[in-house]
Design a protein around this ligand. Structure first.
Ligand SMILES: [Zn+2]
Length: 462
């Protein structure tokens, strides 16, 4: 018996794992409806397999939640569930270095459940959530509690960032001093609060160096360019790894480029940076149209077309390491009052694909799907120290990496409707926009955790 999913054939070799309630043999069956929970063996046949170092037609065999084999052509199924991809793209699940999950403290904006569902729907398998919760996430016990509650949902892996100072008050260091070899936190950040006290900032960098964890700097104090220069200077003095969050100006990109050249060495580059999909795709004109002090407000603000072009060129030129969402859900009333940020998990891939990689993109500097995969998966995984093969390795499609994967239909054309978001934050600057390319399935540790069922148009392939 073969089942049809997205018009493709799915062959349930282990029929007991399929419980197609109400399936009449004709209706298209949602894999989620079919309740597949992490089959022991899964064969993903007939996919275009893309990660940062490969792009070819082949198959992947998953065993016990790990990638066991990657082959050219078709894999022979010997037991297990077989999914025929019909040539769709199979990529590593995306890794987000920067999101706000609002728990604890603001369930009206987001919860771990709604955020996890949104992340899975966006193709994400691993997310770092920022520490500006209520209370602030400044102890390892708090970070562990958030991580364990989220990971238990089984949709994504969450790594809460630890704040640099207690209560984000800028007075005394948090438990970053005790976080060496932590399994719980892989990134330190004071989020939107900068560190006005230089001595404390240096002490935080020194603690991060001892812990072997990167500090993500948001650089808002006295303007992005000045704050970026200051953070880079102090990190170099402490010889610590630094990651610049949501770089948004041409000048800040130049500063990062310069710092990378100065600090590159055999130990690997200790300077990395991210940009957001909204800074790559939108400008201050979009912010004005949405309401610069309400629905178009974000930190850092949407910039000039010249800045936006500089970011796109830096992506193509390799100066930017990662794309991160800065997913920042708010209530409608909060946005009306000027709360900064957008919900971004569910549109990130499509916005980046449409802007940077889709055929017919308006940009001069387009990139390959492999490069896009690197920016969204392998590079952020490396920044978190999760990029090498092994039980925790992710971001690549290779043996001994985790089977955190997503399936994309690059030809799907769809219109963003925030009302349909799984996130509780329904505010998106892309509302009503047509995008090209969509995540249609996400697998976490070899189990299907999301499948797109909404109707969508597909352009014929040529
Ligand atoms: Zn943020």
């Amino acid at each position: 018996m073969a089942l049809e999913v997205f018009g493709k054939i799915v062959e349930p070799v282990q029929k007991t794992r399929f419980r197609p309630a109400g399936w009449n043999g004709k209706k298209k069956l949602s894999i989620i409806e079919a309740v597949i929970s992490s089959p022991k063996k899964l064969v993903l046949n007939n996919f275009r397999i893309v990660d940062e170092s490969q792009d070819f037609h082949g198959s992947v065999i998953v065993e016990d939640g790990m990638i066991a084999e990657v082959l050219e052509g078709e894999a022979r199924a010997a037991g297990g569930l077989v999914i025929d991809g019909g040539g769709l793209v199979l990529m590593p699940a995306l890794v987000d270095l920067h999101a706000h999950f609002r728990e604890p403290g603001a369930p009206e904006k987001e919860t771990l459940e709604s955020a996890s569902l949104a992340a899975a729907a966006g193709g994400y398998g691993t997310v770092v959530c920022m520490a500006n919760t209520d209370p602030v996430t400044d102890t390892l016990a708090q970070a562990a509690a958030i991580k364990h509650r989220c990971d238990a949902l089984g949709l994504i892996d969450l790594y809460p960032a630890l704040s640099l100072t207690r209560g984000m008050e800028g007075k005394a260091l948090s438990e970053i001093t005790r976080a060496a070899h932590s399994e719980v936190t892989r990134l330190f950040s004071e989020d939107g609060k900068d560190m006005p006290d230089e001595r404390l900032f240096l002490a935080a960098f020194a603690a991060s160096r001892r812990a072997g964890v990167t500090v993500s700097c948001h650089c808002d104090l006295d303007g992005e360019d000045a704050a970026t220069g200051r953070a880079l200077r102090l990190a170099a003095r402490a010889d610590a790894r630094i990651h610049l969050a949501h770089v948004s100006t041409a000048a800040a990109v130049d500063l990062v480029r310069g710092a990378k050249q100065r600090r590159s060495g055999p130990a690997g580059c200790p300077v990395s940076c991210e940009v957001t999909p909204h800074h790559l795709a939108l400008t201050e004109a979009d912010a004005a149209a949405l309401g610069a002090d309400s629905f178009g407000k974000v930190a850092p603000p949407l910039r000039s077309e010249a800045d936006r072009r500089a970011l796109v060129a830096a992506i193509a030129g390799g100066a930017i390491d990662a794309i991160a969402t800065d997913h920042a859900p708010h209530t409608k009333a909060g946005k009306e009052r000027g709360a900064p940020g957008f919900s971004g998990l569910e549109t990130a891939f499509a916005v980046c694909h449409t802007t940077l990689a889709a055929p017919g993109s308006a940009e001069r500097d387009t990139i390959s799907l492999s490069r896009l995969s690197s920016l969204l998966s392998a590079a952020p995984a490396r920044i978190l120290g999760l990029g090498a093969a092994g039980p925790r390795g992710r971001g690549r499609i290779a043996p001994a990496y985790r089977a955190d994967l997503c399936v994309a239909d690059l030809d799907a054309a769809w219109t963003v409707d925030p009302a349909a978001f799984k996130s509780r934050g329904k505010n998106s600057p892309f509302a009503g926009r047509g995008l090209r390319g969509r995540i249609i399935m996400t697998l976490h540790r070899g189990g299907v955790v999301f499948q797109q069922t909404a109707p969508q148009m597909s352009f014929p392939r040529n």
